[in-house]
Design a protein around this ligand. Sequence first.
Ligand SMILES: Nc1ncnc2c1ncn2[C@@H]1O[C@H](COP(=O)(O)OP(=O)(O)O)[C@@H](O)[C@H]1O
Ligand SMILES: [Mg+2]
Length: 245
Amino acid sequence: MLDIEDLHVEVEGKEILRGINLYIEKGKIYAIMGPNGTGKSTLAYTIAGHHRYKVNKGRILFKGKDITNLSPTERARLGIFLAFQYPIEIPGVTVASFLRTILNIKENISLVKFNKLLKEKMSLLEIEEGFAKRYLNDGFSGGEKKKCEILQMALIEPEVVILDEIDSGLDVDALKVVSNGIKRVFNSNMSIIIITHYSRILNYIEPDFVYVMMNGKFVASGKKDLVNAIEERGYEWLEEVNSNV
Ligand SMILES: Nc1ncnc2c1ncn2[C@@H]1O[C@H](COP(=O)(O)OP(=O)(O)O)[C@@H](O)[C@H]1O
Ligand SMILES: [Mg+2]
């Protein structure tokens, strides 16, 4: 599905990603973990095609096609979706109209069809009807912002979903709601990349593969065991293990 080869990325003159290799298969869930400031969000934005992130070396293939130089809109059309860590507030724009605009990037859909689809997805995620009529992110709690992201994901049904710290700032109850929502939307045609600093979301959504990033490189990969090891021992030992190799 998505193939990242030896990716080197620079942000404002500084090299942040220093040779990332990642192969994303269809129908699988990936976790990318790592301490703050190691380049996890940089990787997410680079996959989404944000202009600030400059690829110096390497490439990104989506279903065999080189997308390294495509615009964010073109990538979104292909089916790559990035949920933002800090979603914007747009007073005066309702959740429903925002979602319709987003969906229109991918396909043109009539208002009647859209409303039907929105209703269906909101009931799937057990979101109360009034939510769509509220102004986007205006006075939303952390949990409501994330709910909105999951609803976007449910409507668009992207093939590659990148969730950047979707667990940040959520209490346990909100985390459960968000995790359940993700699980309901996930299907065998989708791949999900969960980027997180903490292991707790991975207790609700079990990843198929886990990667640990430190200083712009992956220093370890594994399965759920690796998450447990990080929970017990933190990150630093991984860097030592890696520098001895
Ligand atoms: N837009 C930006 N402008 C300047 N520096 C940035 C920008 N984005 C990221 N960086 C720098 O890149 C490094 C990695 O950041 P980031 O990818 O956000 O890490 P993480 O998501 O793992 O916490 C940090 O040192 C950060 O200061
Ligand atoms: Mg980040």
